[in-house]
Design a binder for this molecule. Structure first.
Ligand code: ZN
Ligand code: ZN
Ligand code: ZN
Length: 367
């Protein structure tokens, strides 16, 4: 299938599910939805760019006239009607001309408020909804090609882990190790690095700690959580390593997180609600008395971004479907002491979960 046909099929599928949801159409502004639907990655500025998908009509792409040459090079350009607006013209009036006078539109989640508020003023007769609320399944279920791209990104992250644990930790600052992680991800084919968390000792107890000035010491637990995009698809994996010999308690906490991660992995099958994956992981940790130290949801979807729906969290009733790709990443965070998190990306298949990260989950000793 050519690029044009490939993206045309995606846009067609999107507009058909929009119609099923009772939407008049979709308005997609720059970001992951635009990339996924038509392969176009414009520079994101205050100048309005929008793709309009409506049932029974050719996809319409509105772009600043000066960016038209870029838009014409988009992979899906052959199946798009490209409309330019020039500086001084009202771009929202130009966009309104591509919309129905009435009905409700699904708008991509990362449309800027600047644009959407102006559009709402221009089109008072229209209704609006967030795309992932109206159509949570649109990007959540990956096709075989997407799964292989995610597997390749996962393998590159795994190779990064193997390489980083060969290097010394003790005596180096967290941000030096983080810089090595970023370099290794790029060496293994990533074009974009989204995060390189190095949480050593007490810093590991803060799941949002990125990497700082702290010098890693012998005896530290170190949380390593890193990922980005390779060939347009995301990686995201976490392993917790120990510098030198761990204490019995450090081993116990690490074993517990590993057990929780495994239990959640084994709970994955089609039809199971997302919240069930969270419950299974949480129950293992709660039963061992560490429930209050597992302070975040168990997982999130991944695709053309490193964090997206579906979320493995209490209250998410969405059932798992073969092709959904998401993280399973339970953790235990002991304030002022250390943290442990273990994270793999998995894909739901007909017979259960398949891991896209395959480095060992046992506690690895580094120097
Ligand atoms: Zn220790
Ligand atoms: Zn992560
Ligand atoms: Zn994650």
């Amino acid at each position: 299938m050519s690029d044009v046909d490939f993206y045309a099929a995606r846009m067609d599928r999107a507009v058909r599910s929009a119609a099923q949801e009772g939407l008049a159409g979709l308005i997609i502004m720059p970001g992951p939805d635009l990339v996924w639907l038509c392969g176009y990655v414009p520079v994101v500025t205050e100048r309005l760019t929008a793709l309009v998908l409506s049932p029974g009509r050719r996809p319409q792409l509105l772009v600043p006239q000066l960016e038209r040459p870029d838009a014409e090079k988009a992979p899906a350009a052959g199946s798009l009607a490209i409309n330019g607006w020039v500086d001084g013209e009202n771009p929202y009036a130009a966009l309104a001309k591509l919309l129905e006078p009435q009905g409700r539109y699904g708008v991509s989640d990362n449309a800027w408020a600047l644009h959407l508020l102006a559009l709402q003023r221009t089109c008072p007769g229209l209704g609006w909804g967030a795309l992932t609320e109206a159509m949570p399944m649109l990007r959540a279920v990956k096709d075989a090609q997407e799964i292989e791209a995610l597997a390749a990104a996962g393998a590159a992250a795994d190779a990064t882990y193997e390489a980083i644990t060969e290097l010394p930790f003790a005596g180096r600052r967290e941000h030096e190790v983080a810089a090595d992680l970023a370099r290794l991800l790029r060496e293994h084919g990533h074009s974009q690095v989204d995060f390189t968390i190095v949480g050593s000792g007490p810093n590991g107890a803060n799941p949002h700690h990125e990497a700082g000035e702290r010098v890693i010491e012998d005896g530290d637990m170190v949380v390593l959580d890193f990922g980005g995009l390779k060939d347009g698809y995301g990686s995201d994996t976490t392993r917790t390593v120990h510098v030198g010999e761990p204490t019995a308690e450090e081993r116990k906490v690490h074993d517990l997180v590993r057990e929780a991660q495994q239990a959640a992995f084994e709970a994955v099958r089609p039809g199971v609600a997302c919240q069930e994956i969270d419950r299974v992981a949480r129950q293992v940790i709660r039963r061992a008395g560490y429930g209050e130290y597992f302070i975040h949801r168990t997982g999130h979807g991944i695709g053309v971004t490193t964090h997206e729906p579906p979320y493995m969290v209490e209250g998410e009733h969405l059932p798992l479907v073969p092709g959904m790709c998401f993280s399973i990443e339970p953790g235990i965070y002991l304030p002022g002491r250390f943290g442990v998190r273990i994270e793999d990306i998995v894909v739901c298949t007909d017979s259960g979960a398949r891991r896209l990260n395959n480095t060992e989950r046992e506690l690895r000793i580094v120097r």
